[in-house]
Design a protein around this ligand. Sequence first.
Ligand SMILES: NC(=O)C1=CN([C@@H]2O[C@H](COP(=O)(O)OP(=O)(O)OC[C@H]3O[C@@H](n4cnc5c(N)ncnc54)[C@H](OP(=O)(O)O)[C@@H]3O)[C@@H](O)[C@H]2O)C=CC1
Ligand SMILES: CC(=O)N[C@@H](CCC(=O)OP(=O)(O)O)C(=O)O
Length: 398
Amino acid sequence: MRSLSSLNSICIDGGCFVKYQDEVKNSMVKKLCVRASVAKSVPRNLEIKAQKSEKLRIGVLGASGYTGSEIIRLLASHPNYQITLMTADRKAGQSIGSVFPHLVRQDLPDMVAVKDADFSSVDAVFCCLPHGTTQEIIKGLPSSLKIVDLSADFRLQDVAEYEEWYGQPHRAQELQKEVVYGLTEICQLDIQNARLVANPGCYPTSIQLPLIPLIKANLIEVKNIIIDSKSGVSGAGRGAKEANLYTEIAEGIHSYGVTRHRHVPEIEQGLSEAAKSRVTVSFTPHLMPMSRGMQSTIYVEMARGASTEDLYQHLRHFYEKEEFVVLLEKNEVPHTRHVRGSNYCLINVFPDRIPGRAIIISVIDNLVKGASGQALQNLNLMMGIPETTGLLSVPLFP
Ligand SMILES: NC(=O)C1=CN([C@@H]2O[C@H](COP(=O)(O)OP(=O)(O)OC[C@H]3O[C@@H](n4cnc5c(N)ncnc54)[C@H](OP(=O)(O)O)[C@@H]3O)[C@@H](O)[C@H]2O)C=CC1
Ligand SMILES: CC(=O)N[C@@H](CCC(=O)OP(=O)(O)O)C(=O)O
C-alpha cells in the first residue's frame, strides 16, 4: 500500500498540470466550490492514457442491480467512457428503461445474459454481481480486460479465510495473486497499475479510511477497537427478501450479523496490514430505515500521550489533498444526509468522556463511495484518467 507522502500535489485543470492551490483545502464547502475546475491528487508521473476524443468501451455486469444502476447513473456524465455492454440474469433481454425508469433517457444497449455477452466490444468491465457467482465469470473474461469487481470474491488475500467466511470454495485462486485491493485513497499507486481491482465493501470503506492512517501513525491502540455501523437498506441489493420489505424495516432499527459479519475479516485484513500485527475488532452492523447511507461510529483507545487533537490533525493532514475524504470542522457531526448520491466520505473525531479514548464518526453513501463511486474512481486511475472524473456531483440535499 502506498503512503500519502509518495504522492505529489499536482492537479489537472483543463488538461494542463497546475500546482494544487492550498487555499482550497480547508473545508468541504470550499472544495465543492472549486472542484468543477480543479481535479487533484494525481501522481506526477501519471500518463494520460485516454484521450478525450476516444471513449473507452465499458461493460456493466449486473446492470439490473443497485450498484449496476448506480454505475450507469455516474457514467451518464463521464466524458471518457461509453457503455457498450450490459448484462442481467432474470432480467436479461430487457431494456434498462423498463427495469429502471429513472434511466429511461439513457441511450444504452439492452441487457443480455453473461453467457451471450460479446466481450470483444469492451475495454473494461464493472462486475456488479453477487459474491460467489463472480469468480467463475471473471475467470472466463479475456485477460486483456480491465476489471473492477464490486463483490467480495477477491477482497481477502487469504483464500482459506475467504472459504471460511463465505462458506464456499474459491474458484479463481490463480487470479487472486494479481488482485489489487481498491481502497482508493490508501492503495492509489498500486491501483494505477492494476488489471483486476477488488473494490472494498461498504462497511470496510467507512471504517478503514479513518483507522488506517491513525494506526500507521501509532496514534491509536489496536486493541479494544469497537465499531458500531449503520447501513441503508440498498446495501442488501435489489433482490428484496422478506426481511427487507418496507413493513419489516420502517419505524425501527435492528442489528444483524452480531458477533459474525462477513466484513470482519476484510476490516481486520486492512487494519492488520497497517499495524503490521494481528488486529481484531468488535463490529456490529445495523439496518436503518433509509434507502442509502452508512455511518460508522468507532470507539478507540488513544496511544499514550496522544490527544483527540492529534488524531484530528493527522487525519486532516493525511487527506488534505484528497478530494473525497473530508475532515469536517471541529465539533461538526457527519450526517449521512450530507453525502447522499456523492462520492464523499465525511469524518470527524471527538473526545470520549472516558479519558484516553476517542470517538470517530465516518459517513458515506453505501452505493457511491461504498460501491460504484469508488469503483469508478478506481477505473479512472487504472485508465490514467484523473481520479475525480465523473464523480464531482454535489450531494443531494435535502
Ligand atoms: N448494495 C450495496 O450497497 C453494495 C453492494 N456491493 C456488492 O456489489 C455486488 C452487487 O450488489 P447489488 O447491486 O447491491 O446487487 P443486486 O442484487 O441489486 O444486483 C445483482 C445483479 O446481479 C445479477 N445476477 C444475479 N445473479 C446472477 C447470476 N447468477 N449470474 C449473472 N448475473 C446475476 C442480477 O440480475 P437480475 O436482476 O436479472 O437478477 C443483478 O443485475 C454484490 O456482490 C454486493 O455484495 C458492494 C458494496 C455495496
Ligand atoms: C444492509 C446489508 O445487508 N448490507 C450488506 C453489506 C453490503 C454489501 O453489499 O456487502 P459487500 O460490500 O461485501 O458486497 C450485508 O450486511 O451483507
